[in-house]
Design a protein around this ligand. Structure first.
Ligand code: NAD
Ligand code: ZN
Length: 390
């Protein structure tokens, strides 16, 4: 089959590789019909995640048709149309029983290596390095899905792929980000980052009762999407001091809920430091608070909640613990427990309450995937989300 494979920093290639086959009795094989590129894939593309091997198959946002199931699979059968969540969970360990699927204790055999970096390992993930189990990903014609009874959600309606595909990651991620914000009716929610995850957090915040949503980014097309589709008020962080602007907009109190949908790196802008220096210079700032997470903590109102879907690894310094403590903030974060949200979010899509397909700007064949990585990372041609068809 054909698959997008990692060959080093900035080097993706479409290779011909062996077809996957059933390895465990709980596996299923999916023929992929649509598969997206995620902001998280850019961390691999940019070489920030260790333990990638040349030839690793990328991708964790796939959907498709079940081709074959192992003898222990009971929930899926050949011919079912499924969306596959990016988290691989066993469904029966201590953590899965608490619905903490991204903390699954059994699907990441390389946990020890990750523990050094992250404190404790999370679940296995598709196409996300040997830190997360080394599972081949879904930017390919076929995908082996371990624990197939626990992950994939069956799509029974005739919704097009584009409307349901993002159940694989960004929709549950944006939803969990908003839900972890503990939004109360009428709350003001500020969202840093208007990439695909930020856009999903914005629409989720409204559905969870926000009275006002304020979105922050620098990319004009993304701010425009947040304004038009997300009905958010927007702030361009290269033009305004975000902290001061939020103070003005909330009459000096700060947003009730602050969501960091940016994470550790800022893509297509050179290094984080260079980008921050540029942005700080643009608004004459001398403090460090322009970093999205720091800024979210500094801007949040006393007693508010900071929710962090953005990915961090290692030991980001200058975490403003004093501000977080002084204001009595609640902080929530982590990899999405995707399995928890699939059926309820699919029901909302089927009822017409959510249509996440508005983020798609680029539809391309799998063979054009490597070039699409560049387009997405560098935000060329107004690129916000790429969907590939094998
Ligand atoms: P993306 O790279 O497309 O979007 C990030 C956006 O942040 C960009 O539009 C960028 O311009 C903006 N940005 C950069 N610096 C900023 C700043 N200082 N203030 C405001 N905006 C800023 O990525 P995405 O696909 O939207 O993903 C966002 C984050 O969510 C990534 O870190 C990704 O790895 C993470 N993620 C987490 C999970 C999870 O399970 N928690 C799942 C999927 C993605
Ligand atoms: Zn993703």
């Amino acid at each position: 089959m054909r698959a997008i494979c990692w060959h080093g920093k900035g080097d993706m290639r479409v290779d011909t590789v062996p077809d996957p086959r059933i390895e465990q009795p709980g596996d299923a094989i999916i023929r992929v019909t649509a598969t997206a590129i995620c902001g998280s894939d850019l961390h691999l593309y940019d070489g920030y995640v260790p333990m990638m091997k040349a030839g690793d198959i990328m991708g964790h946002e796939p959907m498709g048709i079940v081709e074959e199931v192992g003898p222990e699979v009971t929930r899926l059968k050949k011919g079912d149309r499924v969306v596959v969540p990016f988290v691989i969970a066993c469904g029966s360990c201590f953590f899965c029983e608490k619905s903490l699927f991204s903390c699954c204790d059994t699907t990441n055999p390389d946990a020890a290596a990750l523990a050094e970096l992250q404190g404790q390992a999370g679940a296995g993930l598709f196409g996300y390095s040997h830190l997360y189990g080394g599972y081949p990903g879904g930017q390919a014609q076929y995908l082996r899905v371990p624990h197939a009874d626990v992950g994939p959600v069956v799509v029974r309606s005739d919704q097009p792929d584009e409307k349901v595909l993002f159940l694989s990651d960004i929709l549950p991620t944006g939803w969990q980000a908003a839900e972890q914000g503990n939004i109360q009716p009428g709350d003001t929610v500020a969202v840093w980052g208007c990439g695909p995850v930020g856009q999903m957090a914005i629409i989720s915040a409204w559905l969870l009762g926000a009275g006002r949503v304020i979105a922050i980014d620098r990319v004009p097309e993304r701010l425009e999407m947040a304004r038009m589709q997300g009905k958010a008020e927007v702030i361009d962080f290269t033009k305004l001091d975000v902290h001061d602007q939020l103070q003005v907009m909330t009459k000096g109190r700060g947003p009730d809920v602050c969501i960091d949908a940016v994470g550790a790196e800022s893509h297509g802008l050179g290094s984080m430091d260079a980008m921050m220096d540029k942005a700080k210079a643009a608004v004459g700032l001398t403090t460090d608070r322009i970093h999205a997470l720091r800024q979210a903590i500094h801007c949040c109102r006393k007693g508010g909640t900071v929710s962090v879907p953005g990915v961090y690894v290692g030991f980001p310094d200058k975490f403003p613990m004093g501000a977080a403590f002084g204001k009595g903030l609640t902080m929530r974060m982590g990899q999405t427990h995707a399995q928890r949200f699939l059926q309820p979010l699919l029901d909302r899509i089927d009822k017409g309450e959510i249509d996440p397909s508005f983020v798609i700007t680029h539809r391309l064949p799998l063979e054009e995937g490597p070039a699409a990585y560049d387009t997405f990372r560098d935000k060329k041609d107004g690129c916000i989300k790429v969907v590939l068809t094998p």
